[in-house]
Design a protein around this ligand. Sequence first.
Ligand code: NAD
Length: 240
Amino acid sequence: MEDQIHTLKQWIENSKYTVIFTGAGMSTESGLPDFRSASTGIWKDQNPMKLASTDAMKNNRYGFIEFYQNRVEEVEKYKPHFGHEVLAQWEQEGKLKAIITQNIDGFHQEAGSKNVVELHGTLRKCHCSECKETFPILRFMEEKLSCECGGFIRPSVVLFGERLMEVSLIHAVRETKQAELFIVLGSSLNVSPANFFPIEAKENEAKLVIINMEPTEMDDLADLVIPQRKIGEVLQELSQ
Ligand code: NAD
């Protein structure tokens, strides 16, 4: 294990363009449960299609609003952890160029990271489904849900049944193509398009590193896999 940390430290030092891809596992050490971990995942006893989908927004609006208000309250209880701060520090030092994240909690920006691509949007904002004007999430929490144009104000996250924002996708692909070193932190890599980025990085001859508690479907493709370790601890060791 020490060898792996040493090797990765050297790769980070030598890489001219490092990109980090984060998933729900990045935030579990802040207290937020991830998506699929068997005993704690947030979908353990809820059906996402019933609550976090375009269908729910139309046909189960009360359930949709309640689900997202609970999620915002949940996120607001927690803070970025030391690992988020390490990544922000690396960006400041020029060691890290971009973070591509599936997370909607906004912890990377709260910790100070600047170049963050939020593939699934953010729970920090809401917008009008008609005119697209954006507002702080407070408006959604206060249930001022009718826009001046008559549209419905909804959280700025990508729902089941929606496509990813093209602008985010283009940005994420551009960063991935430039990567010399591509590090995955805390994603099972089984949600599309998460599984696309490591492949794209490898096709562009980046070194691929996967740091995830459980095995992922992409482990065979990786140049280095650090399993069964907490991300926060690994980042702490890398930053020493
Ligand atoms: P996932 O839940 O599918 O996988 C998370 C992985 O992280 C698991 O394989 C788990 O073993 C690993 N993990 C958990 N804690 C870890 C730790 N401390 N150290 C190392 N590994 C750890 O997550 P995903 O691939 O990101 O897909 C989840 C989907 O759910 C995304 O669409 C995301 O938008 C959404 N989501 C977001 C949040 C958030 O914003 N924090 C939380 C839950 C779900």
